[in-house]
Design a protein around this ligand. Structure first.
Ligand code: PBG
Length: 325
């Protein structure tokens, strides 16, 4: 009996290229953007090389240069100066959406994150109950609906609630439709886990839980890392409530969840390669411990192999270059 050689198809770049089953493509990528009210000059973000906390002016310049480089899909996070516990104003982020759409129109596809955490004094993703030990679901959903409608009115192509309140997908879909915004795409952060990999983002979006309230961290509303069944239920509900696109977040520690859910549900799957995942590669590369480009390519290949068709990555603006080199 001859020995089976699996190395025959690994021996040169031609046969390796021909036998590959998965190829992340630059068209799949969405670039996150942060725009900060009252900022004088744009700021770098620890761990997120090449990503900025932009001013309203530098934001438009950044999009202009991204478009020139072939990057046209974005996920916007607005960071307003004003903070409120309820009846939150969405004016700052809305004005940024309007400015982007006025300047670039349909040349950009603009998704906007819908959440309270950058707008509340306590940094939680909803409205606290009077005891401060739980988020009030109904009142939080009211705020989220107002944000989503405001953003869609200014021309957001997609709204993406990341708060994890119950029933927000259905409530947002109904409100969009009632306001003549039936074309606005709804992307649900359906399988969003309570993760330690959100660190650099919380610096960028000024959204870390803070101050004295009994709630503490986000574990009472985000999914426990050891509860894939909770993620499945969350996805089932969001599908029933009308989500167009579903998401797993973070990516790399949850590839099993992404593979399982994307095999079960025919909806398009997004994955969020979150700030800490991206930063861990950047920081390794800075220390000479890995090859930056190859490491990102390997991580992205894993995300696509597990079933993602949309990839939200801080490296989206480099995808063309990194995937072709
Ligand atoms: C806010 C939100 C978070 C992220 C996206 N939207 C942070 C959090 O839930 O604490 C994380 C993104 C990242 O780390 O890149 N609700």
């Amino acid at each position: 009996m001859s020995r089976i050689s699996l190395r025959r198809l690994r021996q040169d770049p031609h046969i390796r290229a021909l036998t590959r089953e998965t190829r992340p493509h630059p068209e799949q990528f969405i670039q996150p953007l942060f725009v900060v009210e009252g900022l004088k000059e744009r700021e770098t973000i620890p761990g997120l090389t090449g990503v900025y906390r932009d001013t309203p002016e530098s934001l438009l310049a950044q999009i202009e240069s991204d478009l020139a480089a072939g990057v046209s899909k974005f996920l916007l996070f607005g960071v307003p100066t004003a903070h409120a516990t309820h009846a939150i104003s969405w004016a700052f982020t809305s004005s940024q959406i309007a400015a982007i759409k006025k300047r670039f129109g349909k040349r950009v596809w603009l998704a906007v994150d819908v959440c309270l955490c950058s707008s509340t004094p306590h940094g939680h993703c909803g409205v606290l109950n009077p005891e401060g030990d739980h988020l009030d679901n109904a009142r939080s959903v009211e705020e989220l609906v107002a944000a989503a409608v405001a953003y869609a009115r200014e021309g957001a192509d997609c709204v993406a609630p990341s708060d994890m309140m119950d029933g927000r997908i259905g409530a947002i879909r109904r409100a969009l439709d009632d306001n003549g915004l039936e074309r606005t795409v709804l992307m649900s952060y359906a399988a969003k886990f309570h993760s330690t990999f959100y660190g650099p983002f919380r610096v960028a979006a000024d959204s870390a839980p803070k101050g004295a309230n009994a709630l503490g961290d986000r574990s009472s509303y985000q999914i426990d890392p050891a509860r894939p069944g909770d993620a499945l239920q969350s996805v089932q509900r969001d599908v029933a409530e009308g989500a167009d696109i579903l998401m797993v977040k973070p990516g790399m520690p949850y590839l099993d969840v992404l593979a399982d859910l994307s095999a079960r549900f025919p909806q398009p799957w997004a994955v969020y390669e979150v700030s800490g995942e991206y930063a861990s590669i950047e920081l390794m590369a800075e220390q000479g411990l890995t090859d930056r480009v190859k490491a990102h390519r390997e991580a992205w290949t894993g995300l696509v192999r597990a079933g993602a068709s949309l990839i939200i990555s801080y490296g989206a603006r480099h995808a063309r270059e990194w995937l072709q080199s």
